[in-house]
Design a protein around this ligand. Structure first.
Ligand SMILES: NC(=O)c1ccc[n+]([C@@H]2O[C@H](COP(=O)([O-])OP(=O)(O)OC[C@H]3O[C@@H](n4cnc5c(N)ncnc54)[C@H](O)[C@@H]3O)[C@@H](O)[C@H]2O)c1
Ligand SMILES: [Zn+2]
Length: 671
């Protein structure tokens, strides 16, 4: 209990700081997704402990205003909206009633008061009760009539925002209060409508669209009891309209469709949105719904899952890997995601690129899945795709003819074809260099001082044909000492490191051989099975040992080992290198790796995570110093979601638990 209260206090303080940065300074230091996650955590804690602090952000909206602008008190408070990310919750909210489902514009809540047909006051929401008077900017914001044909008191609430295109253009030349480019159009809109000088505001292309009539138009209310009809009436006064769809029945599929239609509309009209809003159309029913300190209960915001960032694909980089596969990487105009500048993302393989119809120059949407790995999610300019134009016919490294391989994979009983690009030149310089980089790497022979750049130079001079040449580099000692950036001392250091690497382990030796899929885990299992003896392992291979009898060793791994040893070149390397090294025997007890992001965390696995069995992957999790849980709860830190995932995925999403694909998980532990 005490711990939870401490966390609660900490969250309250943190969220309030973020709110101040966001609402008063227009310069948030964390992303909305991060803010929302912490907000949800606090809400849950408050429910559990039954304790709510007076300054809790769940009880109030916005943040007390601190500005030189005059204050503006709202007779009827302007509140926020309850939020969900789940369609099921939208359906539960709708529950057979007529609702309006509209774009949630990402800008600043703005209230306008008219009396006698004239605009009296324009103000911001502030903390819901007291906002800032920004009447001086009324004429600098597009879409706000200053005179209307309606003579009674009218109070309209709506959003002041900046179109995406305008924002892109403006952000090139403007910086926020911390001196950095604006993160999103909301922050710029907020800064602009609160500018002291209306000439400044006028240059920012701010637009206003109404989403609610707070006071006035009682005759329409009496006649139709409809929020939508009231909003429609505003168009006769010169206001624009937020896109919305009205319906009274819905199911999952229909909701999917509505969401898609609205999102497409927003994209088409270049509107910045951060979700959609569902609200009961009936005014009388809405009144019975009540409110909290934070929101009225007649509406619900649907926030989109992942934050997506629009950018432009500049080109695709093709890099041969040590296996000969040429892996594509998207290089795009830099976007800032959660404080990181991102300009590259893997495109996996040709099928992935084909699926997105990616061509250089296309506008793309990029996300950081689970805040970790950048991912190209969508192409906004499909239609001009051409595999022939896009894919290099010659290896960018060696000029050898490339080849496209098609492999079949079964998922959910469906055959999936995956196309990958290959360079089959065994002497491809890039592949060769990468093999050396792998060989000297930390997990393999661990030779300090042989950086990629150094290796490249040694290879270019012909000193390194195969790995064993590393242990003969002293033949070139004099030349190396004379090289730029080298000298007696650095040569000695390098040579010492090379000598040191001769004392190695069974696992390192095996990893250095680069047998496909043999990394930390598999080599450790083999080490245990063959008592750290290279000789014993080799004898087993020669006698056709069935490796599938080892825990977590499948058909593929078994074949990889036998295939590797059947290649003469590999066999020669294995034999030549063996006498050059000394294999240390080591304890066979499972060692816990301390240096990974999962230490102390709880991980749950669902679906199939190749090549592991469930027990195997759980053992792996324990070996990381983490805990393997069996079901998803709010104590779960990560869900590793393999193929054929079940209900755990939905549960994790509902609880906001970070979800990792097996590939992401392995990458994070460096496999
Ligand atoms: N990054 C940060 O540090 C930070 C800090 C504070 C808040 N935030 C963000 O702001 C959110 C909270 O802000 P909020 O309280 O303004 O809530 P909100 O922006 O999530 O939703 C409520 C607002 O949506 C707007 N809206 C737009 N279109 C609408 C429509 N069609 N109908 C009704 N309302 C519509 C209204 O102005 C309303 O006030 C958080 O969820 C978070 O995403 C971020
Ligand atoms: Zn090549």
């Amino acid at each position: 209990m005490k711990e939870r209260l401490i966390r609660q206090r900490e969250l309250t303080a943190r969220l309030n700081t973020y709110r101040d940065e966001y609402y008063n300074q227009n310069a948030p230091s964390v992303s909305d997704a991060v803010y929302d996650r912490l907000f949800d955590e606090l809400t849950e804690l408050e429910e559990e402990t039954g304790v709510v602090m007076s300054n809790s952000p769940t009880q109030t909206v916005g943040y007390p205003v601190v500005s030189r602008l005059p204050q503006a008190k709202h007779d009827i408070p302007l509140l926020s909206l309850d939020k969900t990310k789940l369609i099921s919750e939208l359906l539960a909210f709708q529950d057979g009633r007529t609702v309006d489902f509209s774009l949630k514009l990402d800008g600043l809540t703005t209230e306008i008061i008219y009396e006698g047909g004239l605009l009296q006051r324009l103000s911001t929401r502030g903390d819901g009760d007291i906002g800032e008077d920004i009447t001086h900017n009324a004429e600098a914001i597009e879409g706000i009539p200053v005179q209307i044909p309606y003579k009674e008191r009218l109070v309209v609430a709506g959003e002041s925002f900046i179109h995406c295109n305008d924002f892109e253009r403006l952000r090139q030349k403007l910086v926020d209060s911390t001196g950095k480019p604006y993160r999103n159009s909301r922050n710029l809109a907020a800064g602009s409508v609160r500018a002291y000088n209306s000439a400044v505001c006028a240059k920012r292309c701010v637009h206003f669209l109404p989403f609610a009539v707070i006071e006035g138009l009682p005759e329409i209310e009496a006649e139709t009891d409809s929020k939508r009809m009231k909003l429609a009436k505003l168009t006769e006064f010169g206001f624009g309209r937020v896109r919305s769809i009205q319906f009274a029945t819905a199911n999952n599929d229909m909701m999917d469709l509505h969401i898609k239609v609205l999102r497409d509309k927003a994209a088409e009209e270049d509107l910045p949105i951060d979700g959609l809003v569902m609200t009961y159309d009936s005014i009388s029913y809405s009144r019975t719904c009540g409110r909290t300190g934070h929101h009225f209960k007649d509406g619900l915001a649907f926030k989109f899952e992942d934050e997506l960032f629009e950018t432009r694909l500049d080109h695709i980089e093709w890099t041969p890997t040590r296996s000969g596969e040429i892996s594509p990487v998207a290089v795009f105009d830099t976007v800032e995601i959660d404080g990181c500048e991102v300009s590259r993302a893997t495109l996996h393989n040709l099928s992935f690129i084909e699926g997105l119809e990616l061509m250089p120059g296309n506008r793309i949407l990029v996300s950081k899945r689970n805040m970790i790995i950048p991912q190209v999610e969508e192409n906004l300019d499909r239609g001009d795709f051409s595999m022939e134009v896009l894919v290099p016919s010659l290896c960018p490294c060696c000029g050898y003819q490339t080849m496209i391989h098609t492999t079949q994979k079964r998922t959910d009983g469906e055959q999936k074809l995956t196309k990958t690009l290959f360079c089959h030149n065994p002497n491809c310089a890039s592949q060769n260099l990468r093999k050396f980089v792998h060989f000297v790497g930390k997990k393999a022979m661990d030779i300090d001082g042989l950086s990629e750049a150094t290796l490249e130079q040694f290879i270019a001079r012909g000193w390194l044909q195969d790995f064993t040449d590393i242990y003969r580099l002293d033949n070139h000692r004099d030349e190396i000492i004379r090289m730029d950036g080298f000298g007696e001392r650095s040569w000695q250091r390098l040579w010492d490191a090379i000598q040191k690497s001769r004392n190695t382990t069974f696992e390192r030796y095996l990893i250095a051989m680069d047998i496909p899929m043999i990394g930390n885990t598999a080599s450790a299992a083999l080490g245990r099975c063959f008592d750290q003896s290279l000789r014993a392992f080799e004898v087993a291979v020669d006698s056709g040992y069935d490796f599938t009898q080892l825990p977590d060793f499948g058909e593929t791994l078994h074949n990889n080992i036998h295939e590797w040893f059947s290649v003469e070149e590999n066999r020669i390397l294995w034999e030549e290198l063996k006498p050059m090294v000394n294999i240390e025997k080591k304890e066979t007890a499972m060692s816990v790796v301390q240096d990974n992001p999962f230490v102390g965390k709880t991980l749950v696995v669902t679906g199939k995570v190749e090549p592991y069995t469930r027990d195997g992957i759980n053992a792996k999790i324990y070996s990381l110093g983490a805990k393997a849980g069996s079901s998803v709860s709010k104590n779960t830190d990560y869900l590793i979601c393999g193929e054929n995932a079940g209900s755990k995925l939905a549960k994790a999403q509902a609880l906001g638990v970070a979800v990792l694909s097996p590939a992401e998980f392995f990458r994070m532990i460096g496999e």
